[in-house]
Ligand binder design. Sequence first.
Ligand SMILES: Cc1ncc(COP(=O)(O)O)c(C=O)c1O
Length: 400
Amino acid sequence: MNEYRKDFPMLKQGYIYFNSASTALKPQIVIDASNEYYEKYSVNTNRGVDSLGYMVTNKYEQTRNKIAKFMNANANEIIFTRGTTSGLNLVARFFESAILEDDEIIVSIHEHHANFIPWQQLCMRKKAKLILVKTYRDGTVDLDDLKSKINFNTKIVALNHISNVFGGINPLKDIATIVHQYNAYFVVDGAQGIVHEQVDVKDLDIDFYAFSGHKIYGPTGVGVLYGKYSILENMEPAEYGGEMIDVVTLNKTTFKKPPYCFEAGTMMIAEVLGLGKAIDYIQSIGYSKMNEHVKQIRHYLIERLTQEIKDIQIYNRDIVDSNLITFNIKGIHSHDVASHLDSKKIIIRAGHHCASPLMEYLGVASTIRVSLAFYNTKEECNQLVGALKEVGDYLNVLFK
Ligand SMILES: Cc1ncc(COP(=O)(O)O)c(C=O)c1O
């Protein structure tokens, strides 16, 4: 996969980047697409009748069409958002008035804060119940436990597609079947999922799927919320303002149809255009090629870490299809490990991974997470192992 490294300007700065699950690096074509907008046709969408405006509006809508095709959705089911967090918060707001006292919302302990706090807060406001479904060690849902907990009071089941800590892949189709037997809605946090798996929302029968552009090699500040049109058309706008309206009078306002009634004000045009290029880029390589490479180097890295790093505890060693290696080294704080690696220009993630309930459940304050992408190499893994071997010595020198 070395041939693709030249596409990423950040890699020319000498960094070894093992933090793609936090945000992926951006290929030049994504950067160019955003720059081109600012340099050549930096006007607003949908306003006025000038030819540049038409052109930009067309490009913006073509990107919506491209994303719809990518996920097997209809274009009117694709809402541009700021990212996964804002997409999931928008869904929670949609259900503000529908959730009543004693209703139930099911989540798992493996949720990122973005797919936990909006539901926790909604339940607190409405005196509804937040129910935890049991999960296996890899973060995936125990379907028998889901079947035993779901009932006709359950209004929403909100789960990740792929856990950002352990990397287990949830069986979305099976979960959707169970959820719909109880007329509940299935909301999926796809922030990590769409990075690794082709998502077909129709086949999976998901009600909502939220993801972020920046994790799939696109720009920051843009994301997508897919919502089934039959649900969206019954939802109230969450924000009011320009471009989402049909007719405004002193006494009354009518709104455009979805998805436009959910895109108030000037949108992140440059970022949407960049996201379109990121999707072209992924498709030009293909998920299977990217995943196969990641699988190979992960296997290699895990073997070396296990054999050569004393007192390492890897939490997700056996999850074959993940890009994540989550671990701690006994007696050394994850932040100290990260600081040492940083001094070698090796970037990893250390902390609670925005999954504090899970950390509490595991009984650890934080972990180290190495997240691999198709642009990582075995040579980079060798350098990581070398640097990790020095961590103990580094601390001895620091604290002498
Ligand atoms: C599983 C998961 N959900 C949600 C998010 C939030 O994404 P964003 O910060 O782009 O909104 C992340 C980001 O790390 C994530 O990994």
